[in-house]
Write a protein that binds this ligand. Sequence first.
Ligand SMILES: Cc1cc2nc3c(=O)[nH]c(=O)nc-3n(C[C@H](O)[C@H](O)[C@H](O)COP(=O)(O)OP(=O)(O)OC[C@H]3O[C@@H](n4cnc5c(N)ncnc54)[C@H](O)[C@@H]3O)c2cc1C
Length: 417
Amino acid sequence: MTDSVRLDVDLALLGGGGAASLVLAALDRHGVRDLRIAIVDPVRRRGQDRTWAFWGHPDTDLDPLLSASWHQVEVVTPARRRVLDLTPLRYAMLRSGPVYDRAAAAEQRLTARRIVAPAQAVTDEGDRVLVRCGDGSVVRAGWVLDSRPRPPARAGRTTWLQHFRGWWLEADRPVFDPRRAVLMDFRTPQPPRGVSFGYLLPVNDRYALVEYTEFSPGLLTDAGYDTALVGYRDLLGLDPTGLRIREVENGVIPMTDAPFPARPSSRVVRLGTAGGATRPSTGFTFSAMHRQADQIARALAAGRPPVPRPAYPARHRWMDAVALRALDSGGVGGPDFFDRLFDRNPAERVLRFLDGVTTPTEEIAIMNSTRLGPMIAATVGDAAHRARDRLRPVRPAPAIPAAVVGGPVPPRADPPA
Ligand SMILES: Cc1cc2nc3c(=O)[nH]c(=O)nc-3n(C[C@H](O)[C@H](O)[C@H](O)COP(=O)(O)OP(=O)(O)OC[C@H]3O[C@@H](n4cnc5c(N)ncnc54)[C@H](O)[C@@H]3O)c2cc1C
């Protein structure tokens, strides 16, 4: 130990966002004590900076924190409106505020140390990891859980983004049906390359999150998101004169088959989006982060290394690479792709598939429900691309762009002129 080492811990969390918050809560829940913990993040995350929607079985540790949940969801295409019964699963909405609050309480009970500075150099020395922080401090940790945002290790064969803007709308009379969420509504105008949809998550009959999402290679402009949201609001038949925008939510999530190595060195584990928890074909991340947080806490409680299972099995990552390629080439249309999935499989199977927890037999049924010709072409194209990649130098991946953020929240549900 040198003089510059100021903090010696068993576990250092680099990044204190979604993934780390779930780890802290899980450590507390599993009664892990006497573990010396440090959290390094230049920002102390608080409040409602994002809304997580995810599905799963009810009665988990998250239930008391949920803003809403639904056993029924709608998937809408220009041709039909399908109401899916998710039982025994449910779709749920969790705002970030309660997650960060619970993590802050856990942090106190775990007597974790907080360094409000960026983690910079991370050196795995084999038996310990040295983390140099932006405020000059050095943390020496037995294990590092690193969820700092980063681009993938190399460029993917397909590089798309899931990018979105959502409005929290308050209505002056009951206009939303709180018994059902809209999971995906593909009646939105489809981009030339990519997929778009709207969705609606009602908290009660007067308050809902209405969001416009695109899966495509590039972002829209600020005005582009507002125009798309106005269009979707009108498709829903909502009268703007009776609505107020209370909050605006923007985001960008990678959708790519590029690798996010989860174990860059022996004592460093990457978590969250940086660790591959984002499902390439959907952008859903939350369930994998929650699962891995639980695995980490159980391992530490049992005195084992905090190494979770991979976020998704390798065969799911391969299927996602093929699906992304088929969508990107235009061989498969997005609305048609999701329509067929939900048409030919029980909703519960599709959702478990998207979480990466189905059996190979179920996955064959899922694959059989897609259009065979374009999927075979994408499979062949993917194999050829992989072979070419082996022969040429690694191409660096572009950084994941920041979300387009507009001006202050407008007083009415119309975009600023
Ligand atoms: C607006 C939004 C909505 C989303 N909604 C959903 C959803 O509905 N369902 C779903 O499954 N997924 C969703 N996601 C995707 C995903 O679940 C979230 O992005 C999630 O927060 C990812 O967790 P994370 O820990 O990987 O990253 P983050 O939560 O972004 O945390 C990363 C942390 O690293 C910190 N950091 C940055 N640089 C450094 C540094 N040098 N040193 C130390 N710390 C650093 C940041 O300050 C941040 O606190 C959403 C994402 C966004 C942005």
